[in-house]
Design a protein. Structure first.
Length: 242
């Protein structure tokens, strides 16, 4: 029972969308193409790329489990020749880079002309992989930064709809709202707020599951904001002088 509730509470529609976007991207990659997973971490998309020549790069500095990287390096300086890769995966990495423009220029250098890169990254997400967490990107900064680095925009969309964003926020409320009277202002007020906060946490946990499930059924984008953006960018064949 506890296992089932843990599983339900940990269901995250962003993981579903990330896998879906990366699967679709992988399906467009021809057999034998040379692919770089930039900032690959534990290489969760590697199994989608068995038909390709998969390589990975990561600086491996965060205190977590890593799969073995082909290149242990900073993404500012990837130790390969120009135009090596046909495709690049760049998932959930750019917010961790103190000098993102230098990395985009480097990714452009190692990508073949007309080669493509998939980008995913958060607009609305708590700090993570600290202390290597520097920025959040709007769609307008993404457009400017990728085009300044020599990419053309093929697609730039909300990765989740607003239901996914709400599901995430409710999940965090369920986890983080305090129930200790002292944290609720203390005194009589603190004690009175305690049961209310407890009910709110239970309600948030349950509605979070509902919103994540709803997100998977229906990506609602008319109002609100996404948790992440997804983009497909192509290396421009026209030199930007970057
Ligand atoms: C949130 S994880 C994403 C991992 C993987 N791309 C995924 O989607 O599951 C960010 C990854 O970027 C790597 N990273 C952060 N800054 C980096 C840098 N300057 N150079 C190389 N890798 C970096 C981290 O080590 C981490 O594995």
């Amino acid at each position: 029972m506890i296992g089932l509730s843990k599983k339900l509470l940990s269901f995250n529609s962003s993981r579903y969308r990330l896998l879906d976007e990366n699967r679709k991207f992988a399906q467009t990659i021809p057999s034998g193409a040379v692919v770089l997973d930039a900032g690959a971490g534990d290489q969760i998309y590697r199994s989608l790329l068995q038909h390709t020549q998969y390589e990975s790069a990561d600086f491996e500095k965060v205190d977590k489990e890593y799969a073995q990287s082909t290149y242990v390096c900073d993404l500012k300086e990837i130790p390969v020749e120009n135009n090596r890769f046909d495709y690049i995966l760049f998932n959930q990495v750019m917010e961790h880079l103190p000098e993102p423009n230098l990395v985009l220029t480097e990714l452009n250098r190692v990508l073949k002309p007309d080669g493509k890169i998939i980008y995913t990254g958060p607009l609305f997400y708590e700090e993570h992989e600290i202390p290597y967490d520097f920025f959040r990107y709007t769609q307008f900064s993404l457009r400017k930064m990728f085009s300044d680095a020599g990419f053309e925009i093929e697609r730039l969309d909300w990765m989740e709809g607003y239901f996914g964003t709400v599901g995430y926020q409710l999940n965090r409320m369920a986890q983080y709202l305090p129930t200790n009277p002292k944290d609720l202002g203390g005194g009589l007020m603190g004690y009175l707020l305690c049961p209310m906060m407890l009910l709110l946490k239970i309600f948030s946990a349950l509605t979070s599951i509902f919103f994540h499930k709803l997100e998977v059924k229906n990506k609602y984008t008319k109002k609100g904001y996404p948790k992440n953006y997804v983009g497909i960018f192509r290396k421009s064949t026209v030199s930007t002088g970057a």
